[in-house]
Design a protein around this ligand. Structure first.
Ligand SMILES: C[S@@+](CC[C@H](N)C(=O)[O-])C[C@H]1O[C@@H](n2cnc3c(N)ncnc32)[C@H](O)[C@@H]1O
Length: 344
């Protein structure tokens, strides 16, 4: 530890003086601030001692070097990867609590362990880093992952808008990029409403709604994937909303036809891959008047309007809003539309 000239200041004044010294370029931010019961010792740049004396008495103190954390993976790897490799690095990744999921481009596969380790070094609370090994596929909309650093499996606990979700990243669909969208929907739900979440997954829409609108009457949360329903039930309990949510395992159209015809004030259709196939059943689930939250992959807002117009031809409806939720492919985005429906 080095001895450093520090400005001795009473604890009460320390924050005010620190800000002043910082603003005037007097504070040596490469050294750590030290303190005792009464005083704080602010490290001073050697070249600024005259200016510093105006604020109080200078004294010598042992101070540690301030370790400045690198702010990005690229910074951390700048001496380990070539310029070409650095250009390939993806800056975005999905964070799920103690686990992150990254994309490793083909040209970086040989460096994937190093990249994974860099994430662990940058984010000290991370347990594991997984890479995507394929696209989201199948009816359950899941994807395969491979652990490239850290320990343990792909089950994680993730927090969003004050709710806790537990799930296995390889067994159920879950996208943190939909967090804002879920909040937008939950804020629209009114007391006494009945909601049908047709493609509920591990429950992020249903659970946030139940939390944000505790006066909701009932939420029927359906999913075809038994693992999703298992986590949905667990997450309802974790978030203490089990009484409001009925988790149902199975095919949404069959379940709606069997027991949910004309029951819903609001239907969430979060299956953007094929909304058209499910629209007739979603309409069946609605009461005479209701709201449909429709998701689709399209290139433009105009295309979304056109698609909805064609699918709902002959029906009385009004599109209240359309949102571009997230990119899906180089040419397409996931769009959300809030549609107000009146049935004859
Ligand atoms: C895009 S994910 C959305 C999950 C969830 N809403 C979320 O935001 O995380 C679509 C979900 O629909 C489910 N699914 C697909 N076809 C279904 C069907 N016919 N009936 C019910 N659920 C279905 C899948 O298992 C998957 O969990």
């Amino acid at each position: 530890m080095l001895k450093n000239l520090c400005l001795k200041t009473p604890r009460k004044k320390a924050e005010f003086i620190r800000k002043k010294l910082f603003a005037l370029g007097i504070l040596d931010h490469k050294r750590k601030i030290v303190s005792d019961a009464k005083n704080v010792y602010l490290p001073i740049k050697n070249s600024k001692t005259t200016e510093a004396k105006k604020f109080g008495r200078l004294t010598e103190k042992r101070t540690k070097t301030q370790k400045r954390e690198p702010r990005s993976i690229a910074t951390l790897l700048r001496h380990k990867l070539t310029k070409r490799e650095l250009a390939l690095l993806k800056s975005s990744y999905d964070s799920f609590g103690e686990v992150v999921v990254v994309e490793v481009p083909k040209g970086l596969v040989k460096k994937e362990k190093m990249i994974g380790q860099a994430f662990l070094n940058l984010h000290k609370k991370l347990r594991a880093v997984f890479k995507k090994t394929g696209p989201v596929t199948g009816d359950y909309r899941t994807r395969k992952l491979k652990r490239i650093a850290g320990t343990g499996g792909s089950e994680t606990t993730y927090k969003e808008h004050g709710c806790t979700f537990q799930f296995d990243l390889t067994k159920v669909f879950f996208s943190p990029r939909l967090a804002t969208e879920r909040d937008i929907i939950a804020r629209q739900v009114k007391p006494k409403e009945v909601v049908v979440d047709m493609f509920a997954g591990a429950g992020p829409f249903s659970i946030l709604i139940a939390k944000k609108q505790p006066l909701v009457k009932k939420i029927y949360a359906i999913d075809l994937n038994p693992d999703a329903v298992r986590y949905l039930k667990l997450n309802s309990l974790l978030n203490k909303v089990g009484e409001k949510i009925e988790a149902i395992s199975g095919d949404a159209p069959s379940i709606i036809n069997k027991k949910l015809n004309g029951t819903a004030d609001r239907v969430i259709m979060n299956l953007p891959r094929s909304p058209k196939n499910y629209l007739p059943t979603a309409l069946k689930a609605l009461k005479k008047k209701g709201v449909l939250h429709y998701y689709t992959f399209c290139s433009t807002e105009e295309e979304v309007r056109q698609r909805i117009g064609e699918s709902l031809r002959g029906k009385t409806f009004r599109i209240r809003s359309i949102r571009n939720v997230k990119p899906y492919s180089p040419e397409e985005y996931c769009f959300a539309a809030d549609i107000y429906i009146s049935k004859k």
